[in-house]
Design a binder for this molecule. Structure first.
Ligand SMILES: [Zn+2]
Length: 211
């Protein structure tokens, strides 16, 4: 269920994560030391009282932010139900809030994902779709790759008639630095199967996720 259902890209990303785990991953102490270096780089004194516990907290926060590397999204979708006789329409889970981090600046990306699939033989518990979004979000990402990874994972694991993924997110690397555009949001979409081939189906999905 796991590796054979993964795409080449997912495999490559997985092997990168495994390489880190097998030998290249620093110890907690080394990671805390790196945070101290960044505090010094910011122009602060890491020995100041208010900052003494900061490296420890940052390392713990990283464990939470990047917990998606330890989880296999295909596995989350492996428990399916086949009793769907008569249901022949899309399943849409909208407004899945997520917190991710951009791979270029390690700054938060706050957004919402809307995910749909049109089941063929099997359906999955709907909360599982939100969990898949979370697993990919809790990594270092580009929004484009995150969109594609979610779509491919659902496509390959459930083999549905089609999948649609729509992500609308605010990149804090754009709102708090660089061009400083606070209100901009970035939209990415990806469609497969019936959502790609049938513009009416695609339009219905887009209408359903409108706020
Ligand atoms: Zn960025």
């Amino acid at each position: 269920m796991k590796s054979e259902s993964m795409t080449n890209t997912a495999k490559k990303e997985e092997s990168t994560a495994i390489d880190i785990i097998q030998g290249k991953r620093p110890s907690r102490e080394e990671a805390m030391k790196a945070v101290k270096t960044l505090i010094l780089w910011a122009g602060e004194n890491p020995a100041r009282e208010g900052l003494l516990e900061t490296p420890k907290r940052v390392v713990a926060a990283y464990e939470e932010f990047f917990s998606g590397y330890n989880k296999d999204p295909a596995c989350v979708l492996s428990k399916t139900f086949e009793d769907i006789k008569g249901f022949d329409d899309m399943v849409v889970v909208r407004d899945i809030e997520f917190v991710s981090h951009c791979e270029h600046h390690i700054v938060p990306i706050l957004g919402k994902a809307h995910v749909a699939y049109w089941p063929d033989a099997k359906v999955v518990g709907i909360s599982k779709l939100a969990r898949v979004v979370d697993i990919f979000a809790r990594r270092l990402v580009s929004q484009e790759n995150m969109t594609r990874n979610i779509l491919q994972c659902i496509d390959e694991t459930l083999a549905p008639k089609g999948v649609a993924v729509y992500i609308d997110a605010n990149h804090q690397c754009m709102s708090t630095r660089g061009v400083n555009k606070g209100c901009s949001s970035t939209i990415t979409t990806m469609f497969s199967g019936i959502f790609k081939e049938d513009t009416n189906v695609q339009r219905r999905f887009l209408d359903m996720i409108k706020n």
